[in-house]
Every structure is written in C-alpha cells, then in structure tokens.
Design a protein around this ligand. Sequence first.
Ligand code: ATP
Length: 143
Amino acid sequence: MADRNNDPVVVIGLGRFGSALALELARRGTEVLALDNDPRHVQRLAGEITHIATADATDMATLRQLGVPDFYRAVVAIGSDIEASILTASLLVELEIDHIWAKAVSKQHGRILDRIGVHHVVFPEHDMGERVAHLVSGRMLDY
Ligand code: ATP
C-alpha cells in the first residue's frame, strides 16, 4: 500500500492551534494548504507557509476552487465559531476527504462532529491537560 504520510494537508482555521499545527507540518516537510477567513492571520503566516489563502471554508464553491477535493487529509481547526466548524467539517465529509480531523471545544461539539462523519475528533485543551498531569506526576515515560 502507498505511504500517504507525506501527502499534503489542508489546515482550516489559523488560530493558535491551527497555526501551530500548520507550521509544524511545514517544518516536517509536509506540504500544507492553510486557510483562514481573517486576512490578518493569513498575512502573519504568509512568509512561513507556501500555500496559504484568505477563504471562507463554509463555502463549497471556494473549497472546490482551492482544490480541496483533491486532498487526502484535512484538519478543521476552527473552535469558538461552532457553526463554522460544523459546516466546514460537513463539506469535507461531503467531499469524501479520506482523513478528516477536527478540533472540538466541548463534549457536545465533539459528538456532533463525530455524528456527521469526522474521522478524528480532538479536544486540545482536555488532551493537553491530561498530558501535563502525567508530566507533573512524574510519569514522563508515558509521553
Ligand atoms: P485558538 O484557541 O486555536 O486560537 P479558537 O478556538 O479561538 O482558536 P477560533 O478563533 O474560533 O478558534 O478559530 C480559529 C480560526 O478559524 C480563526 O483564525 C478564525 O479566523 C478562523 N475561522 C473561523 N471561521 C472560519 C471560516 N468560516 N473559514 C475559515 N476560517 C475561519
């Protein structure tokens, strides 16, 4: 089977979580298409990520124009605007992207993302809290 671990990734939403993710992927040599509807976030990262654009990811025509249907992996890193997160994730499901990750800010948000067909739902604050608990308790070998 072909190794697709280096396939390009589309990262939608360039807040703290999304920008850290996009920059780390780029640093590791993965091609990234980064999107945000706020031009200030796009300008801030423009020198560091080759493919980056200001775009509303809740618009299917925009996603198609940017070539998103050709991607094998996508991450929805929109948090506080839950409507935008769910709508964007549902479009990626409709486009049959093989691996969709999405960040959730609450249990309910996570359940909805799961129900609409997102493959991997992550809870960054909760997950990081658990990791730090392990570190604080000295069980560093777990991570
Ligand atoms: P973080 O904690 O990672 O900083 P957050 O949880 O506060 O982020 P938001 O600010 O809701 O997350 O969203 C992250 C980014 O998603 C923002 O930069 C915002 O501009 C972008 N975003 C929100 N809606 C859309 C959309 N429809 N299309 C593209 N990007 C969007």
